[in-house]
Design a protein around this ligand. Structure first.
Ligand SMILES: Nc1ncnc2c1ncn2[C@@H]1O[C@H](COP(=O)(O)OP(=O)(O)O)[C@@H](O)[C@H]1O
Ligand SMILES: O=C(O)C1=C[C@@H](OP(=O)(O)O)[C@@H](O)[C@H](O)C1
Ligand SMILES: [Mg+2]
Length: 200
């Protein structure tokens, strides 16, 4: 398989897809509360592109919150809808900034579609920082955290890392403000565009 490698940003892009790099969707993955929605919005603004938050899109289509969908239709239903929407967005849209829900990327079909058609950024945050700073902010709004002990959440956090490791580029968030993280993503993407698709 031929690929591009940007060592500094750990940037590896599959060249087999015909979509030019500049047109590919930029996809943010990572654990819940890492900042995918917040940072995705900022990246979209900086690049003058449309932003789609997959959770918000699911809520819009159902007229229900994610918590209500989990409670009334169950997690398996939510995962099916999330998978279908992401595959649809990956295969039918370009030039978007997409923020996934933290569990979406655990599904192999989702990973395959994202890696083949988009440019995937992993927003990486340490467990200690997540536990201290993010958990209090999101504990009431994420149904996956409901009725779990801290030990169980920690287990989930580390279980998911092997899926998140399958990315094109990683941003280490520890200590970064959302604005700084967005700047880093934009810098990395522009570098890649200029190096691999000059004169476009
Ligand atoms: N870089 C950051 N530094 C501090 N707080 C942040 C940062 N990014 C996001 N947050 C806060 O963390 C919470 C979760 O952010 P969100 O964007 O919803 O994450 P995700 O979409 O990954 O679940 C929000 O309250 C948000 O304001
Ligand atoms: O990690 C998960 O399983 C989930 C993460 C949430 O999105 P965020 O990652 O944006 O919080 C949302 O999709 C749902 O509550 C399930
Ligand atoms: Mg989100």
């Amino acid at each position: 398989m031929s690929c591009w490698l940007k060592e500094k940003g750990e940037f590896i892009v599959n060249r087999q897809t015909a979509i030019p790099l500049r047109e590919r969707n930029i996809i943010l993955i990572g654990f819940m509360g890492a900042g995918k929605t917040t940072i995705g919005q900022l990246v979209a603004k900086k690049l003058y592109r449309d932003f789609i938050d997959v959770d918000a899109e699911i809520e819009r289509r159902h007229g229900m919150s994610i918590s209500e969908i989990f409670a009334q239709k169950g997690e398996a239903y939510f995962r099916k809808v999330e998978r279908e929407i992401i595959i649809d967005l990956c295969t039918k849209t370009r030039l978007k900034i997409l923020s996934l829900g933290g569990g979406a990327y655990l599904q192999e079909e989702v990973r395959r579609a994202c890696l083949a058609h988009g440019i995937v950024f992993f927003l990486d945050l340490s467990w200690d920082q997540w536990k201290e700073e993010r958990l209090p902010l999101i504990v009431d709004s994420r149904p996956v955290l409901k009725n779990k002990t801290l030990e169980e959440v920690e287990q989930l956090f580390f279980q998911r890392q092997s899926a998140y490791a399958l990315h094109h580029s990683r941003v280490v968030l520890n200590e970064l403000e959302a604005e700084q993280a967005a700047e880093q993503i934009v810098g990395s993407i522009k570098w890649t565009w200029d190096v691999y698709e000059p004169n476009r």
